[in-house]
Design a protein around this ligand. Sequence first.
Ligand code: OFO
Length: 170
Amino acid sequence: MLSKKIEEVLNKQIRIEAESSQVYLAMACWAEVQGFEGVAQFMFAHSDEERMHMLKLVKFVNERGGHAQISELAAPPTEFGSFKNMFETLFNHEVMVSQSINDLVHITLEQRDYATHNFLQWYVAEQIEEEALARNILDKINLIGDDKGGLYLFDNDVKQLVAAGTNAPQ
Ligand code: OFO
């Protein structure tokens, strides 16, 4: 059974995951209209992953005697300026999500809720992978700079990642 406090903080996380899904969907659209098919596919897949992260929390809250709240979401930006800027935004967003998960884990220990603590370990591992992936991509983008040919090859590389199923860890 979840305490009111844990239910409340898990519901906050549900909203963060839902907003993450929206942010990556907006990035997918921005990349797609510019003809960067690989990056768009990557972002569409990433958006789906975030929805899955949200659903996992929704189920957990409901199964543990709480009530998952589906709330309104902040609208993400529609313009990202450049790929470098977009992937920097993605990386910073994931760092923010990791911080939020860390805070959650801390609260479960304070509240001696070991079941939720155990459940959250999946998210802890997931965030390590997501941050590493975002950092890798950002490193590549920084090497390429604004070179058009480089960006074209980068887009193809990302397409391969999506095809190999390694774009967004489960
Ligand atoms: Fe990419 O963040 Fe969910 O957990």
